[in-house]
Design a protein. Sequence first.
Length: 163
Amino acid sequence: MGLLSKFLKGEGAKVLEDVGKDLLSKALGNEAQKPAAQQSASSPAPAQSDYESDNPWDIMPAEENQYSFAGPYTAYFSGIFASEFPAYNVTQEPAGSSTVCTFRQGGAKALVVELKSEKSEANRLRTECSRAGIPYLRFYYDHEGWWNTRSYVVNRVRAALGM
């Protein structure tokens, strides 16, 4: 039975899973195709001390980030905004489960940054900013593997401000 006919007969999820495994196997070698139990039996996990990763997000970076900062994430972002963007008046206001940081220069809104949970699906603020022509950014404060390193935050804000 062909791939398309299997997909049309309701076996789409299984077909996509098989195709994904096949592609991953080809990209990473045959280890990726073995079931997890087989992998761990044939190649035990390395000790933490000799662990090296190809993914830089697996290990906390040495650079300051919201998780290495001694304080809440709101203070982390506030400190970066104050020290890196002193020409802007930046206010922080709670907005439900988010915190909204507004950059103003000469009284006009220059940028809106939303600090929000990855679980939030709200897009109202982003839509409002788009309609008003105000640049908008969001940073997720609880997304695993997203460190929000200082350089990452500064570079995104600079780009949004056209600096």
